[in-house]
Design a protein around this ligand. Structure first.
Ligand SMILES: Cc1cc2nc3c(=O)[nH]c(=O)nc-3n(C[C@H](O)[C@H](O)[C@H](O)COP(=O)(O)OP(=O)(O)OC[C@H]3O[C@@H](n4cnc5c(N)ncnc54)[C@H](O)[C@@H]3O)c2cc1C
Ligand code: SF4
Length: 345
């Protein structure tokens, strides 16, 4: 498989990149690590006329800042996955993200190319679509390929491709915001509001916008991430879950708030509002409440998932419940070890 021809632009500054994007818009794509983009181009799923490289831009950093009076982790969009895994700040304040990043692809991908921005903005996937040109040419085109049918869901009028981003699932659980810049301005959006209802273009992003930063509020609580894949390395998740449990100010044994997000089951990571709310005020050791929340999350995720990632839908749904339950227990275990440390001190 060969790459199609394209023009390569290598701006030195963010302003330069935004100016190029403003000119080329839909004809251009941003090139970060290229581990998603170049594979898609080789398969003939995409042939942008121009690639705008982030190579020379200073968008790789992880720092702690106070924003609007609140401590936040600020992560540049071009930060390599390996830097996030190694970061003390991320391990301390956002362990769910560190774990999710450890699971992305393989060590080579994490160390040499893959970035967190590219991880969030990687295209949705589907076993009927992520195939070679040759494979796809033997059958009618589906919605995402410019046709009018969906192989994953009968009579669907839209594409139901699946977001398999480990990073985005963990970041949504951590209540992340993202900064999108364009020529002459920028805006901040909650990651949870960044998705459309259509797998053809899953992101609510303009063609001239560039993701520059991810902002994570530092939470007084515990986060965790669990995922299932065919193999532990190289494979994308077939279901995953990120959770955050925050502490009550009056009693450290009670949950003040929870965020449960299920990934690889829908067109975006799925924030489970009802399951999350059900844990407010519960004790950290209330296993029954966790089991019920995990079941509610599975029931909700099942309404979005389609059969397009290989294993059966029934299996993925039952494992969604398991992943949520395990992630909640992992967050509780972190809370318990911290309590033990405090007692010893
Ligand atoms: C074998 C293999 C296994 C993989 N396994 C996993 C996995 O387990 N989990 C997982 O989550 N991912 C996986 N991936 C997908 C991908 O490699 C990673 O998500 C990686 O982090 C993508 O980052 P990148 O910098 O290479 O993105 P790129 O390929 O450079 O970009 C991806 C998309 O995002 C856009 N983009 C990138 N940065 C920006 C920006 N700052 N602003 C605007 N648009 C931008 C690009 O235009 C492109 O459309 C896998 C890929 C491969 C090839
Ligand atoms: S979900 Fe349907 S339309 Fe979307 S890529 Fe798969 S088969 Fe195509």
């Amino acid at each position: 498989m060969r790459l199609p021809r394209f023009d390569y632009l290598g701006p030195d500054t963010l302003e330069g990149a935004l100016a190029f994007l403003a000119i080329h818009r839909d004809d251009a794509r941003i090139l970060a690590g290229g581990t998603d983009l170049l594979v898609r181009m080789k398969k003939g799923l995409l042939s942008p006329k121009t690639l705008i490289s982030l190579k020379a831009l200073e968008l790789a950093y992880i720092k702690k800042e106070t924003i609007d009076g609140r401590d936040c982790l600020v992560i540049g969009a071009k930060t390599p996955i390996s830097d996030i895994i190694a970061s003390d700040l991320v391990q301390k304040h956002a362990p769910a993200l560190a774990t999710a990043c450890k699971k992305i692809g393989a060590i080579t991908l994490q160390h040499f190319a893959g970035t967190i921005g590219g991880n969030i903005l990687q295209d949705n996937r589907c076993q009927h679509y992520n195939q070679s040109d040759f494979h796809r040419s033997g059958r009618q085109a589906c919605h995402k390929d410019g046709g009018k049918i969906c192989y994953a869901k009968d009579e669907s009028d839209r594409c139901n491709s699946t977001c398999q981003s480990d990073g985005a699932t963990a970041l949504m659980a951590l209540n992340a915001g993202i900064i999108l810049a364009k020529k002459g301005g920028k805006r901040q959006v909650d990651l949870a509001d960044f998705y459309t209802n259509d797998g053809i273009m899953p992101f609510a992003c303009e063609p001239d916008e560039l993701l520059t930063q991810i902002i994570l509020p530092v939470q007084d609580g515990y986060s965790a991430y669990k995922r299932l894949a065919y193999r532990s390395a190289i494979d994308y998740p077939i279901v995953c879950a990120g959770v955050l449990l925050t502490l009550s100010k009056s009693s450290e044994s009670k949950i003040n708030g929870a965020r449960i997000v299920v990934g690889a089951m829908g067109r975006s990571p799925l924030y489970m509002a009802a399951a999350s709310t059900s844990l407010k005020g519960k004790n950290f050791d209330d296993t029954d409440a966790f089991q019920q929340a995990a079941k509610a999350a599975m029931d909700n995720a099942a309404t979005f998932a389609v059969h397009n990632l290989g294993s059966t839908l029934e299996y993925r749904c039952s494992m969604a419940e398991e992943m949520v339950f395990q992630a909640l227990n992992k967050a509780v275990a972190a809370h318990q070890s911290m309590e033990k440390l405090k007692t010893k001190a």
